[in-house]
Design a protein around this ligand. Structure first.
Ligand code: SAM
Length: 778
């Protein structure tokens, strides 16, 4: 894959140039003979300094002046002035166009590869209808000009006004349609920095004050834009969760209204100061961050692990803000942070999953069907590169052998031997444990069976008996003490290990054991617009009803890290079900086979606590297997490093949801999943519902909805609830915050005598009903 080959560990560094940088370069040019222009000069200088790309404003102050004169009138203007401005504005609306001195770039060579900043002062979400209207025309004029110059990437100023962010999103959506070759990136501060500024009556949160037709322009400086939060949403300082989430919620609304358009990305503005709450930062990891904007005034944040290797745009670096180090110091420091980050170091180290998986991050793969299909040799070769899996199997066999007397002649059957790596490990374990065994290898892939024959001739001789065929149908010459198999998928049972081993149990002595002895499937709710977009890019219903194997990168697990004290909500990753082998309780026919597959059906209902608001896009699936005793293999995110560190063979499974589901802070997510079977197929169906807890002791539900104040006894009940009474679904809980959840399923909380009820707020549809979109063939 060329994606993989071109991968390196360095982010692309770009520089953000200002109008003053361009005019300085202009003064430096002695004459304009030849092809040199001020813009070409600043671009050339930047490239020489090692920056890959240049980001610059598209328009000049002249444009801002003309637009303001036409579209914004001071209150005190005379009638004549108003009339002439209105006429000029109407002429412009009819035919929106620039004058030469209103733009920074005019030529294709100046525009090549640059990223342009659309006019910062455009208020696409202004409270005033006319300002919004004219800002939209101006934006489209700028994008039309950018498109004329073949510019592919533009950065839009941040939305500033939560009350009108839907208007902002509508305009962006219309631009995405109108300019199909332009990638639009929205600049957003990681959260609203103003939340940490003490609010006093004389310095309220910024808000537009101008009456209709008389709006004021926003600031054109490059600092992170502040945010306007409507009065009803302003909460006491203790409830800063609202503001901490505010910019992400705006982004969520915009990309949802733009239908997750792939050409819409984020420019994350890391202007000071960064929040300390991890949940606030980690939700951005699930978003399509294209650029990271780092002004020199920022204390440089940890840039590790951002998805899609966003480009870093360094701003204000030439302004001498710091006395030492000069301009190079900024890029050197970013590089240092990158090099020393654990994610990059792991990716560079041979043998790690991160190194092995390069180029496969967030790449959706259909799970293997080794029962229905015959695997090609190259796939076996990839498996065999995993030293850990085979080491664990060898250790499990070794320990199992030691538990038999030294003089006992054992029978070991490797079921599903592939090209024979487990057979080879079996011989090693026999040697180490000083035991002897008859080894039988069963394989149903006729092509891999040729490789087994080759190895028998060259390596094993008559120490091994090869048997060709399906383990559910064939017979073996001797019953085994130990049945060794590796028929596991990323979700444990999804490659039909339970069904195959049911058949192979006929080969076991009554005292015989299976390696693995058991395996479990696990789930966690996840957010990832990247994976959601990938899954739906197939444009069929099937695409969003199929589990995929994926190496997760731009993913945020939404569930809280700890289980609730009352046990209602489980931990971040929860177990769905288990399979054990041999299954002594199964009802068998005369050939030792189960009558039906009903005993392999499973279902689980899991409850997750969601501390921070987020969008549910799917479920992450993992497995763990006990091979023998305390030897296992695991891809469970919290336990894999203890159980089988650096095991490469399995990436997690992704169960997508057709419709993203918004989950407020402090909500509960209930996930149902079923493993369903008939005599020909096995498939999964999945579904989720969301809930919040509300007090029901005070006021009617209508009052709750209307936000009426509640009685004093109620408002004293919990510090995490707003003074309006109802817990705000927007307010982040501070982990660990499971006190709230302990009240969710009970009607009586004890704290202030307040009763709580669980209110349902949303659900997904049932996915893959009847196995209509995805199934595994028996
Ligand atoms: C995941 S591969 C593992 C191969 C090998 N044991 C290894 O660890 O590299 C599973 C193997 O089991 C074989 N297999 C799957 N179902 C089988 C069945 N019912 N009977 C016999 N072989 C089967 C497949 O053809 C495949 O070679």
């Amino acid at each position: 894959m060329d994606y993989q080959e071109s991968w390196d560990h360095c982010a692309t560094l770009s520089t953000s140039l200002t109008l003053s940088d361009i005019s300085k370069a202009c003064r430096g040019l002695s004459d304009f003979q030849g092809d040199e222009t001020a813009v070409l000069k600043v671009i050339g200088d930047s490239k020489q300094k090692g920056y890959k790309r240049v980001c610059m404003p598209l328009t000049t102050e002249k444009w801002k002046e003309r637009w303001s004169k036409m579209c914004l009138l001071p209150n005190e203007s005379s009638d004549e002035d108003k009339e002439s401005a209105s006429k000029a504005a109407e002429a412009w609306r009819l035919n929106p166009a620039f004058q030469r001195d209103e733009v920074t770039i005019t030529r294709l060579d100046e525009a090549e590869g640059i990223i342009v900043m659309v006019s910062e002062w455009l208020e696409l979400d202004a409270a005033d209808d006319w300002v919004r209207h004219d800002a939209e025309i101006a934006l489209k004029q700028e994008l039309a000009y950018a498109s004329y110059l073949n510019i592919h990437t533009v950065i839009l100023p941040s939305p500033r006004n939560r009350d009108h962010v839907a208007s902002y999103a509508r305009i962006v959506n219309s631009c995405l349609t109108k300019f199909p070759y332009i990638y639009i990136s929205i600049r957003l501060p990681i959260y609203n920095p103003s939340v940490f500024q003490p609010s006093s009556p004389s310095s309220p949160v910024l808000r537009p004050t101008s009456p209709p037709m008389h709006a004021s322009l926003g600031s054109s400086s490059s600092i992170a834009p502040s945010l306007v939060i409507s009065e009803s949403e302003q909460l006491p300082a203790s409830n800063s969760g609202v503001s901490l989430n505010a910019t992400w919620e705006m982004w969520d609304l915009i990309r949802t209204m733009c239908d997750y358009n792939m050409k819409l990305t984020l420019t994350l503005d890391l202007s000071p100061a960064l929040p300390t709450t991890l949940g606030v930062l980690s939700k951005w990891a699930a978003e399509s961050v294209r650029h990271i904007f780092l002004p020199a005034s920022t204390f440089i944040a940890n840039v590790k692990g951002y998805p899609h290797r966003p480009m870093i745009i360094l701003a204000e670096v030439g302004e001498g803000r710091h006395t030492r180090g000069g301009e190079n110091a900024y890029s050197q420091y970013v590089r240092h942070l990158e090099k020393t980050s654990p994610a990059v170091q792991a990716a560079k180290k041979a043998g790690t999953v991160e190194n092995f998986a390069q180029g496969y991050q967030d790449y959706l793969q259909a799970p293997l069907q080794p029962l229905m299909d015959n695997l090609p040799s190259i796939t076996y070769q990839t498996f065999e590169q995993d030293p850990i899996k085979y080491m664990q199997y060898e250790e499990a066999m070794f320990r199992a052998f030691l538990d038999h007397p030294v003089d006992e002649k054992l029978v070991v059957c490797v079921a599903g031997a592939g090209r024979g790596p487990l057979v080879a490990r079996c011989f090693k374990a026999l040697e180490r444990s000083n035991r002897e065994a008859t080894v039988i290898a069963v394989e149903k892939n006729p092509n891999a069976f040729v490789t087994l024959q080759e190895r028998q001739i060259k390596e094993w001789g008559n120490k091994v008996q090869l048997i060709f065929g399906d383990m559910r149908l064939i017979d073996v010459p001797e019953k085994a003490d130990i049945l060794v198999s590796e028929l596991l998928g990323s979700f444990g049972d999804n490659e039909l290990s339970p069904e195959c081993l049911d058949g192979a149990m006929r080969f076991l002595k009554p005292t015989g054991i299976s390696i693995p002895s058991s395996y479990t499937a696990h789930l966690a709710p996840l957010s990832s617009s990247k994976l959601y977009n990938e899954a739906r890019s197939t444009k069929t219903e099937k695409g969003l009803e199929t589990p995929y194997v994926v190496m997760f990168q731009a993913v945020n697990i939404l569930s809280g890290t700890k289980a609730s004290a009352d046990g209602r909500c489980g931990p971040q990753v929860q177990e769905c079900w288990e399979f054990e082998h041999p299954r002594r309780d199964a009802v068998l026919d005369s050939q030792g086979l189960p009558f039906t597959n009903s005993h392999n059906a499973r279902s689980a209902k899991l409850r997750f606590y969601i501390p921070h608001a987020g969008i549910l896009h799917g479920l992450a699936g993992y497995f763990e297997a006990v091979l023998y005793g305390n030897i296992g293999i695991s891809i469970h995110p919290h336990r894999k490093d203890q159980v089988s560190k650096d095991m490469l063979s399995w990436f997690p499974l992704f169960f997508p949801f057709r419709e993203p589901l918004y989950l407020p802070s402090s909500s509960e997510l209930q996930v149902s999943i079923w493993r369903i079977t008939n005599d020909r197929r096995v498939w999964y169906e999945w579904h989720a519902e969301s809930f919040i807890s509300v007090p029901n002791s005070a006021g009617t539900s209508e009052e709750l909805l209307m936000g009426q104040p509640f009685s004093g006894s109620f408002s004293a009940s919990s510090s995490s609830f707003s003074s309006m009474g109802a817990p705000s679904p927007l307010v982040d809980s501070k982990e660990p915050a499971f006190l709230d959840m302990t009240r969710m399923n009970t009607n009586y909380a004890g704290s202030g005598g307040v009763e709580y009820e669980t209110v349902k707020i949303g659900h997904t549809s049932l996915h893959n009903a009847g196995g209509r979109s995805s199934w595994i063939g028996l």
